[in-house]
Design a protein. Structure first.
Length: 293
């Protein structure tokens, strides 16, 4: 008599948002805890294909999705999917609390005035955003009405309270949804993780690995190669010719090169006009979240 095939572990912890809010650092710390398994990569995007499709991660169906957690061990009390776009996804909102009724959900919010330049810089480097200046990209937000263009609709992405309210209404159990502010991880690192572990009902480790979360500081990849390019290639007349070529041939790889080499710090700075519009959206978003439904 053959024994039944073991069932794949199922996630019971989801870090669902927001982008550029310390979720990668949180995942890295949780991954060092033997009681917690975090999938690799941390973002699988399976339940948010209504707003985002990742060409690098091909998951056929739920069975294939669950296989991504097959490395989890019996000692893992939590099995985590940390896809930060779930917070924006109607599909994830409708599916996850019903499909995984015992799961816990973590949301980290961040001041949109800090989030926005960081998000824009990431999209430039990824080749998703073709507009270098964050203020011009902000003004064009209204052009992106398709759900699959949500990552470029900066104004909608900044309505964090709207999405927190949606998840709060869907996940009724206060013990199943935790919302924290990004400021806490910067200002009180131990206090931030004390709240995380209390929410998970786990004892906090005596020592936590300290992961640097300052988004303005990134480890530069290939420093010798980039140094060579900056010293010998990014000079006239080659510089002008290279810029012209990259502008005329906007393939994704070339746009990534262009974003890395030519991104201007001033292009990542919010103008006074953008800040004013953003503050109004944030205010309206907060008021709408407080309104009775």
């Amino acid at each position: 008599m053959t024994s039944p095939a073991p069932t794949a572990p199922e996630p019971n912890l989801f870090i669902i948002g927001f982008p550029k809010s310390g979720t990668t650092s949180l995942s890295q710390v949780l991954r060092t805890d033997k009681r917690i398994f975090v999938c690799y990569p941390k973002e699988l995007f399976f339940y948010c294909d209504d707003i985002y499709k990742d060409a690098d991660i091909q998951i056929r169906d739920e069975s294939d999705y669950l296989q991504r957690f097959s490395a989890a061990r019996p000692g893992n009390q939590y099995i985590c999917d940390a896809t930060i776009l779930y917070v924006y996804s109607p599909k994830a909102l409708a599916t996850l609390p019903a499909r995984y009724p015992k799961a816990k959900f973590i949301i980290i919010k961040r001041d949109p005035a800090e989030f926005l330049p960081s998000w824009h810089k990431q999209l430039i480097a990824a080749g998703t955003q073709k507009v270098d200046d964050v203020n011009e990209a902000w003004r064009r937000s209204g052009l992106y009405q398709s759900p699959l263009d949500l990552s470029l609709n900066y104004q909608e992405l900044c309505r964090q309270n709207k999405y927190i309210a949606l998840w709060s209404n869907r996940v009724r159990d206060d013990n199943a949804l935790l919302v924290l502010d990004y400021e806490l991880i910067r200002d009180d690192y131990s206090g931030f993780f004390a709240k995380i572990y209390s929410f998970l009902q786990l004892s906090m480790p005596d020592e936590l690995p300290h992961v640097h979360v300052d988004p303005s500081t990134k480890v530069q990849r290939f420093p010798l190669l980039i140094g060579f390019i900056q010293r010998f290639i990014l000079r006239e007349p080659l510089l002008s010719r290279l810029k012209a070529y990259l502008t005329d041939h906007p393939g994704n790889v070339l746009w990534r090169v262009k974003g890395i080499l030519f991104s201007s710090p001033s292009a990542q700075t919010l103008s006074a006009a953008t800040k004013l519009e953003l503050s109004k959206i944030v205010s309206d978003d907060a008021n709408a979240a407080l309104s009775p439904r």
